[in-house]
Design a protein around this ligand. Structure first.
Ligand code: SAM
Length: 276
């Protein structure tokens, strides 16, 4: 008979597509916990079956009521409770933050059982700088809010990691190209699954590629940091725009020059309109 687990909250990472990625320790905790809190009990039932666990489950969300959260926290002094989300690491664009905060505030032990996380998995295979990165999560769906969110991180000197879904990928890549200018990027799709791929290119190239063929599945976008050199001056930008405007419409001229000089398309377009 196994020793009982020390009481507390166990934050357990689970696979993001390949059940083989469930760690032996995670499986052990799921088997020995007194209860598993799951984002979706139907999804986690498959995982528990795979782990050989018959542990009772309760649904948990951060929008679960405060009374439900208080009831969980009240049990943490005497019970081992495991928190899982549908896939990957709980709390990372998934439920758990309010519960972990409440558990810690009440003085209970909070243990980590680390494992898969799509953001880290994508970053590690992207070929982009890993020394400094910012996890941005999901961009807002509406155009204005999305552009504002991108503008907020445009000057950050770090690799950006974003979550996205297939249907919205091309639109988000176009918005990133517009707001961040010429940057190296990668689209990591269906990680650890049969159709895993990681496609590299500039934001502009990737936006064009996925507009032509919207992909299926789960996606992480990784965007390299801004180029080291200082931004092109207004004089450099104007000279390049004047040459391009002789051949192209303001919007095409701005797009071409923005890509070539590595400036935000918005800046190039505003200037192109003034000079057209
Ligand atoms: N907590 C999870 C984690 O640790 O990765 C993330 C949960 S979030 C609700 C789901 C998003 O994660 C998806 O929309 C996608 O952006 C990303 N994701 C999850 N699994 C993935 C996979 N196998 N390949 C690529 N992206 C994935």
């Amino acid at each position: 008979m196994d020793e009982p687990l020390p009481p507390g909250l166990y934050v357990v990472a689970t696979p993001i597509g390949n059940l083989g990625d469930l760690s032996p320790r995670a499986a052990d905790i799921l088997r020995r916990a007194d209860r598993v809190l799951a984002e979706d009990k139907r999804v986690s039932a498959k995982l528990l079956k795979h782990a050989g666990a018959a542990t009772p489950m309760t649904a948990y969300h951060d929008h679960s009521s405060e009374a439900e959260r208080d009831a969980v926290v009240a049990r943490l002094g005497s019970a081992a409770i495991a928190l899982v989300s549908d896939a990957g690491t709980p709390l990372i664009s998934d439920p758990g933050f309010k519960l972990v905060r409440a558990a810690r505030a009440a003085g209970h032990a909070v243990f980590t059982v680390p494992g898969p996380c799509a953001a880290i998995a994508a970053l590690a295979i992207s070929g982009l700088a890993t020394d400094r990165f910012l996890f941005v999560g999901f961009l807002p769906p509406k155009a204005k809010a999305r552009a504002d969110a991108i503008a907020e991180v445009a000057a950050v000197r770090a690799t950006l990691v974003l979550y996205e879904s297939g249907p919205r990928l091309a639109e988000s890549l176009a918005a990133l190209a517009e707001g961040l200018g010429h940057r190296e990027a990668a689209v990591a799709r269906e990680l650890t699954k049969l159709h895993e791929e990681c496609v590299a290119g500039t934001l502009g190239e990737l936006a064009a590629r996925y507009a032509a063929a919207p992909p299926r599945g789960e996606i992480v976008i990784v965007v390299g940091p801004p180029p080291e050199q200082s931004e092109a001056s207004d004089a450099e930008l104007d000279a390049a725009l004047d040459e391009a405007l002789a051949r192209l419409s303001p919007s095409r001229a701005a797009a071409e020059v923005a890509e070539r000089l590595g400036v935000a398309r918005k800046r190039a377009y505003a200037r192109a309109l003034q000079r057209a």
